[in-house]
Design a protein around this ligand. Structure first.
Ligand code: ACO
Length: 331
């Protein structure tokens, strides 16, 4: 059976940069609070005319150009997002249309911050079994339009940013390379600890002025609970990924964790016992871009020369659901 290799990666973020000081003019917050608690200094927000799908399209075209491929070489799209442009259909079909494609399948993965690794796991299974040969895996989010940008929403509004990352995946027969394993987890007992309650078909009517007045359409989070579970379960998922292939932390060339909070990343690093040069963080620039954070960070790390052919790359993520996941990849 072949393994799955990353043929190319790419990303796209909106031009508009929003600083912590900009946020302090919208709500009662400060650069000091945001920097100390999260490590975030700036994030990118969409402007008029930009959508999740337009960000995803530009990230996909970036990856395709680096792969030296045209969109018509793709035979499947896996689109990971928790901020879809519309209730239905999923963003995947809109991206397919934007890329000028017809007929190829487009699946949407709704696993929030773990989305990219969940999507990788799906794509990896299809590629290994030969069902698809050239899979576009995209993580893209537009959080900014959904945030409560008043003091009421400050505990979440300061953390999230917009952006998209993409990878072109395909089979390799080289037994020393490719995705070694993926590991997916979920625990729905914590579903309401980070969620958007409505609009939703659990409500009748599914959208109402009262719902909007109460702010049920905004993401709400029990930040301390998310922090507590993330800092334990992410290192555990990395340990599982290493054990699955008989590897040790010392063999990791680069850990690319989901970028939710610099303090979480540092706790994960300490728990696994990694050096600074073994961990990639760019949260200071982009904030939490959820399903896009890992592919954006991975692309930047590659451009910075942090990963070479044959190196061991490990991914880990944690987020709403709770869901969490890891992957080990021989680059
Ligand atoms: N500016 C100023 N003050 C604020 C802000 C803000 N932006 N937000 C909250 N506060 C206040 C609160 O009102 C509270 O005040 P009070 O004590 O008077 O009630 C106080 O700051 C809370 O401060 P801390 O207890 O120090 O906050 P904490 O250390 O828990 O940090 C944070 C908060 C940054 C949200 C942290 O809990 C966190 O990062 N959690 C994890 C978030 C995460 O990882 N999400 C990932 C998943 S995202 C996804 O899946 C889509």
């Amino acid at each position: 059976m072949p393994r799955t290799e990353f043929i190319a990666t790419g990303f796209h973020v909106p031009e508009r940069i929003v600083t912590n000081d900009d946020l302090s003019h919208m709500m009662d917050t400060s650069d000091e609070w945001i920097s100390q608690r999260s490590g975030i200094k700036t994030r990118h927000w969409v402007s008029d005319g930009e959508t999740g799908v337009s960000l995803a399209r530009d990230a996909a075209l970036h990856a395709l150009s680096l792969a030296g491929m045209q969109p018509d070489a793709l035979d499947c799209i896996v689109y990971c997002t928790c901020t879809p442009d519309h209730f239905e259909p999923g963003n995947g079909v809109f991206l397919q249309r934007e890329l000028g494609l017809t007929d190829i399948p487009a699946i949407d993965v709704r696993n929030q911050c773990s989305g990219f690794i969940y999507g990788l796991s799906v794509a990896d299974a299809w590629i290994r079994t030969g069902q698809y040969q050239r899979v576009l895996l995209v993580g893209a989010e537009v959080h900014s339009r959904g945030l409560d940008k008043t003091t009421r929403g400050r505990d979440t509004a300061v953390l999230f940013g917009d952006g998209a990352g993409a990878a072109i995946l395909g089979p390799t027969d080289d037994p020393r390379r490719g995705v070694l394993s993926t590991h997916l987890y979920a625990d729905g007992r914590h579903a309401e600890k980070l969620w958007v309650d409505g609009p939703g078909l659990a409500h009748d009517p599914y959208v109402s002025e009262e719902m909007l007045r109460q702010g049920k359409h905004r993401a709400v989070m029990e930040g301390k609970e998310v922090f507590k579970y993330a800092s334990v379960l992410m290192p555990q998922s990395v340990a599982t990924a290493l054990e699955a292939s008989g590897l040790t932390p010392g063999e990791i060339k680069l850990l690319v964790p989901h970028q939710a909070n610099l303090r979480i990343i540092e706790m994960v690093q300490r728990a696994i016992g990694l050096r600074d040069d073994q961990v990639y963080a760019n949260i200071h620039k982009y904030g939490n871009t959820t399903a896009a954070s890992i592919p954006i960070a991975l692309h930047e790390a590659l451009c910075a020369g942090r990963l070479s052919r044959g190196d061991l790359l490990v991914l880990t993520a944690f987020g709403s659901g709770f869901t969490w996941a890891s992957a080990a990849i021989r680059w």
